[in-house]
Ligand binder design. Structure first.
Ligand code: HSE
Length: 435
């Protein structure tokens, strides 16, 4: 096999960068033997002092200036790992304009500005690899882009955020409150000191934007996705859902509708306990893809961390080093280059779980069912749970399929009733993963 030396430049040596570097060095000989690609670390940009320590590389391979990396004549592939959507955009665009291929794990940037980055890559005749941007160690990008190329993708359901999944799993299995579970996730290093992006569903939506764009062949930016986080999910909701045979997951959903336009959302969702994806727990991610030829396929594994994400980055490097601009799937991100249209969430039909705390007195149920009836919402089940210590009652309702906007309108009206204490919680239920 002919040896091909590929010069690697890295911008940002945080946790993921260190994981990728460790793998590139540790597996260098094996990768060379297997693929003929010899990965040579040319230059690393990192602003933290002492970045070279523990890497086994001389300080001369380090700089504080990313511009030196993207313009270095020996660098063939620039690995962008600084995250965010400002400097990272400059790094990637400068690298492409300097005829470098790019590998990035930056989901936010692709979800916000993919429509600028991919056309530029095409114009420059370069490739942007992004396997590490979605679900870390799970090779789901390559699975959809290459493995499932014969399929029209009908739907993608994903547990795409390990932090949120960890929090919901601990609430379910260890009877923790939301706050306790977040604290434990932080202690274990899954959750960031500020976990907003994870628990508010934003990180999942960034990843869904990329998966939906691949699956449906147009660009669906972050702004097209309806996003709800898990801060409103309480331990009793998890218990009430379990009583009915459901698990609550922060679920990212991309579903093609009969009109040929998909609906995209991220929200805490009730899934039947018997579904395989409902058993993806703790910090693990899971992606369930329905292809026209394959039917249903499921991918699961660690979606974050230095080595799992490093693994995805090395895979992109070897792929690009092997094929260069002849990489056969390089324009799969949105071949038609179109901005995708979506069905607004309000008109999307789903079954729902509604939970509310009410005064326990005559006429209360009549008022609740009156409001639901006027919104043409059909009740599937209605249970009054044990009374709360203050004499109030908890009412848990499930509905038949109904448009989101009707449920939202009904919940708004319920919240205005004097008999309702606090705010009603509502979450979609998905029983039809296989349709
Ligand atoms: N913070 C993410 C998670 C990983 O918890 O899954 C990076 O997107």
């Amino acid at each position: 096999m002919k040896t091909k030396t590929t010069g690697i430049g890295i911008v940002g040596l945080g946790k993921v960068g260190q994981g990728a570097l460790r793998l590139l060095r540790k597996e260098r000989q094996r990768l060379l033997r297997m693929t003929g690609v010899d990965c040579r670390i040319v230059l690393i940009a990192e602003i933290r002092p002492g970045a070279a320590r523990g890497t086994g590389l001389p300080p001369s391979r380090f700089t504080r200036d990313w511009r030196k990396v993207v313009s270095h004549p020996d660098v063939d592939i620039v690995i962008e790992l600084i995250g965010g959507a400002t400097v990272a955009f400059d790094v990637i665009t400068a690298a492409l304009k300097n005829n470098k291929h790019v590998v990035t794990a930056n989901k936010a940037l692709l979800a916000l500005m993919g429509d600028r980055i991919f056309p530029l890559a095409k114009a420059c005749g370069r490739v942007v690899g992004f396997e590490g941007a979605v679900c870390g160690g799970i090779p789901v990008i390559r699975a959809i882009k290459e493995g499932l190329i014969a399929n029209r993708i009908r739907s993608v359901f994903g547990i795409l955020n390990g932090t949120a999944n960890y929090v919901l799993s601990r609430m379910r299995f260890s009877d923790m409150s939301f706050t306790e579970a977040v604290r434990e996730a932080q202690k274990k290093g899954f959750a960031e000191p500020d976990p907003t992006l994870d628990i508010e569903g934003i990180d999942s939506a960034h990843k869904l934007s990329i998966l939906a764009s691949l699956a449906f062949g147009s660009f669906f930016p972050f702004s097209k996705i309806h996003v709800e986080g898990i801060t409103g999910v309480s331990a009793p909701d998890i218990q009430y859902a379990a009583d009915m045979g459901y698990v609550i997951k922060l679920l990212a959903v991309a579903r093609m509708t009969a009109s040929g336009v998909p609906c995209l959302s991220v929200a805490p969702t009730l899934l039947p306990q018997t579904e395989i994806i409902a058993e993806v727990n703790d910090e693990y991610n899971g992606v369930f893809v329905h292809g026209s030829a394959t039917s249903h396929t499921l991918y699961t594994g660690k979606g974050a961390g230095a080595l799992p994400t490093g693994s995805a980055i090395v895979s992109d490097i070897i792929h690009i080093a092997s094929y260069g601009n002849a990489e056969p799937f390089r324009y799969a991100f949105y071949p038609r280059g179109l901005k995708g249209r979506v069905v607004p969430i309000g008109s999307f039909v789903s079954e729902f779980y509604i939970r509310l705390k009410v005064r326990d007195k005559p006429g209360v149920m009549a008022k609740i069912s009156g409001i639901l009836g006027r919104e043409r919402i059909s009740i599937a089940t209605l249970v009054q749970k044990q009374n709360a210590p203050d004499g109030d009652a908890i009412v848990v309702i499930t509905t038949h399929g109904t448009e989101h906007r009707r449920v939202d309108a009904a919940v708004k009206k319920l919240n205005r009733l004097s008999i309702v204490d606090g705010k009603a919680v509502r979450m979609p239920i998905i029983n039809d993963l296989y349709h």
